[in-house]
Ligand binder design. Sequence first.
Ligand SMILES: [Zn+2]
Ligand SMILES: [Zn+2]
Length: 131
Amino acid sequence: MSLTGRCLCGAVSYTSDSEPLSVTYCHCDDCRRVTGSAFNVGVRVPASTFQLSGKTKGYESTNDQGITKNREFCPECGSQLFTRYPDMVFIKAGTLDNSEDLQPTREIWTEMAVSWSKIPDGLHKFSRGGT
Ligand SMILES: [Zn+2]
Ligand SMILES: [Zn+2]
């Protein structure tokens, strides 16, 4: 399986010829804030297999262990696309073109998970958008 994906407006796209090394649900506060949603789903691939087309902007931060990561997004439409580490890239799963085959492997920072991160039973369901 080769991975391809893009932002909402299409100005930025990417490919990786790696299989996903892991598919991780992350409930940390930073992921919640940057995605604007309950959690992030990150698909890890080696940086050497990752090819970017188009220009991103990034927000860089350094953790307690001195490891710097860059959260990159499309400056045109604002889609958060991936986080780049020195050796690996965590693709945001929702930006993949074909994510149906992904096999989630782990869930981290579960102690920070918000109660609404699980979709409750009994909601009114609409197979297409509803109001
Ligand atoms: Zn875009
Ligand atoms: Zn996180």
